[in-house]
Design a protein around this ligand. Structure first.
Ligand code: IMP
Length: 422
C-alpha cells in the first residue's frame, strides 16, 4: 500500500492544502509531520473556504483518519479553535483525529520570545507563532509535550520550572514583565480536558496500519528552501519540511516510504525576509501578486512574487527525491505575454554547479533566464491536458524538463474540479 510524502518544493505556499485534499480521497490516513500553526493550508470546497493550520487537510474527507505527528509543535489554543471551526462547518472529527503523545506544546512564552527575538536579533520575518522558541526548548530537552497533559503534577512542575527560567530571561535580559505561572497552569490544565481523547501512541498506530495494508499520505508544511538544514539559513523555519523530516516527524521508517510528490507553484513566492533571486519588483511583482492573490493564509502578509526558478526546484527535487510533481496555480500566469524561467545562477561571470544555500553567496547570484511565450487565455476551466493551449503545454514541458521530474497533476484554480490529472 502507498505511503507517500507531499513536500513543498519552494519557499512554502505552493498550494499543498488543495493537493492533499485531492489526493487524500485515495488514502486512509493523512499525517502532518512538522511545523505548527505557522502553516496555513487552504482548501476550497464549493463556496466554502477552509484554512487549516494544524489539522491535516485530509480532515475534509469523511473517511480519512488524520494524525498530528511528534514532529509538529502544537499551540493548544490554535488547535481547539480549529476543531471548533470544523465542527461548526458540520465536519465530524470524532474518532478521526489522533495526536502524538510526543509532540511538543507551544507555550505563551514561546510566542513572546518569538516576537522579542524578531525585534532584538536578526529579523527573519517569522509568523510570530512561537515556532522557533518551541523547537529551541525541544532540542534543549526542556520542552513540555502532549503526554505531560495527562499528569497534572508533572505538567504543573514542568510549567513552573520553565516559567521560572523564562521569567529570569524576560526580566534580566529584555526588561519585560514576568509571566503569571498560575494563570498558565490553569489554562493548560483546561486544554487537557479536550485534548486527552486524541492522544495516541502514533508510531505504533501508523506502523500497525501500514502492516494491515492501509495507505498513508504524509503532509509537509512550509517548503524545502525553508528547511532548517537545507534551506536559505538563517531565513528558514525551525523544522525539516523536506522528505527526511517525514520519517522522524511521524515514526514511519524510510523503508516504508513508497513515493515523494513535490508540490510546485508555476512561479515563485516567498513570505518573510531572505534571498529570492528571481523576485519581481514594482509593477511586475504587484501584478503577479494580484493575479495569484498572494497574501499569507496565516498572517495576511503580502507575499513576494517572482519567476519560476528551475535551478531551485531542481535542488529541491534532489534533496527530497521527488519523481512526480503537482504544478499549482498555472492559471495565474495566463495574463502574461511572455514568461521567464530561471535555468541557472551566475556569479562573477561563472555558472554555479550546485545550489548555494549560503545566504551571502545567494545575495550575489544573477539568475539566467530563458523566455517563453505566454498563452493569453483563460485556462481555469480546462479539464484535460490535451485541451490546454500549446504554449501552456510548452511551458509545463520546459519547467518539468529543467527541474528533472514528471508532472502528474496540474491545478488551474482553487476548486477541486479545477484539476487536471495526467
Ligand atoms: P516561523 O516558521 O514562524 O519561525 O518563520 C520562519 C520563516 O518561515 C519566515 O520567513 C516565515 O514567513 C516562513 N514561514 C513559516 N511558515 C510558513 C508557511 O506556512 N508558508 C510560507 N512561509 C512560511
Amino acid at each position: 500500500m502507498a505511503v507517500s510524502i507531499i513536500v513543498g518544493s519552494q519557499w512554502g505556499d505552493e498550494g499543498k492544502g488543495k493537493i492533499v485534499d485531492i489526493l487524500s480521497e485515495r488514502y486512509n490516513i493523512v499525517v502532518r509531520y512538522q511545523g505548527g500553526a505557522n502553516a496555513g493550508h487552504t482548501v476550497q470546497i464549493g463556496d466554502q473556504q477552509f484554512i487549516l493550520h494544524l489539522i491535516p487537510s485530509g480532515i475534509l474527507r469523511e473517511n480519512v483518519i488524520c494524525v498530528i505527528g511528534n514532529g509538529v509543535v502544537i499551540d493548544p489554543k490554535a488547535l481547539l479553535d480549529e476543531i471548533q471551526v470544523l465542527e461548526k462547518a458540520g465536519i465530524n472529527i470524532n474518532g478521526r483525529l489522533l495526536i502524538s503523545q510526543n509532540a511538543h506544546l507551544i507555550m505563551p512564552y514561546h510566542k513572546l520570545l518569538d516576537s522579542i527575538s524578531e525585534n532584538t536579533s536578526t529579523k527573519i520575518g517569522t509568523t510570530g507563532r512561537g515556532i522557533g522558541p518551541c523547537y529551541i526548548d525541544k532540542y534543549a530537552r526542556k520542552g513540555i509535550r502532549i503526554v505531560d497533559l495527562l499528569d497534572k503534577t508533572v505538567l504543573e512542575e514542568k510549567i513552573k520550572v520553565n516559567i521560572e527560567e523564562k521569567n529570569n530571561i524576560l526580566k534580566k535580559v529584555y526588561n519585560v514583565e514576568e509571566l503569571d505561572v498560575s494563570g498558565i497552569i490553569k489554562e493548560y490544565l483546561e486544554f487537557d480536558k479536550t485534548i486527552d481523547q486524541y492522544i495516541t501512541d502514533v508510531p505504533t498506530y501508523l506502523n500497525n496500519a501500514i502492516n494491515e495494508g492501509k495507505s498513508v499520505l504524509l503532509e509537509g508544511a512550509q517548503g524545502t528552501l525553508l528547511d532548517v538544514d537545507h534551506g536559505t539559513y538563517p531565513f528558514v523555519t525551525s523544522s525539516n519540511p523536506t522528505s527526511g523530516g517525514a520519517c522522524t516527524g511521524s515514526g514511519i521508517p524510510p523503508t516504508k516510504i513508497s513515493s515523494v510528490i513535490g508540490i510546485v507553484k508555476a512561479y515563485t513566492t516567498r513570505v518573510g525576509l531572505g534571498p529570492f533571486p528571481t523576485e519581481l519588483f514594482g509593477n511586475e511583482g504587484e501584478k503577479l501578486r494580484e493575479a495569484g492573490v498572494e497574501f499569507g493564509a496565516t498572517t495576511g502578509r503580502p507575499r513576494r512574487c517572482g519567476w519560476f526558478d528551475a535551478f531551485l526546484v531542481n535542488y529541491s527535487r534532489m534533496i527530497n527525491g521527488i519523481e512526480r510533481a503537482a504544478i499549482t496555480k498555472l492559471d495565474v500566469l495566463s495574463y502574461l505575454d511572455e514568461i521567464k524561467v530561471c535555468v541557472a545562477y551566475e556569479s562573477n561571470g561563472k555558472l554555479l554547479k550546485s545550489y548555494p544555500t549560503d545566504v551571502n553567496k545567494m545575495m550575489q547570484v544573477q539568475p539566467v533566464y530563458e523566455t517563453l511565450p505566454g498563452w493569453k487565455c483563460d485556462i481555469s476551466n480546462v479539464k484535460h491536458f490535451e485541451d490546454l493551449p500549446a504554449n501552456a503545454k510548452e511551458y509545463l514541458s520546459f519547467i518539468s524538463h529543467q527541474s528533472g521530474f514528471e508532472i502528474s497533476l496540474i491545478s488551474v484554480g482553487p476548486r477541486r474540479s479545477q484539476t487536471i490529472e495526467l
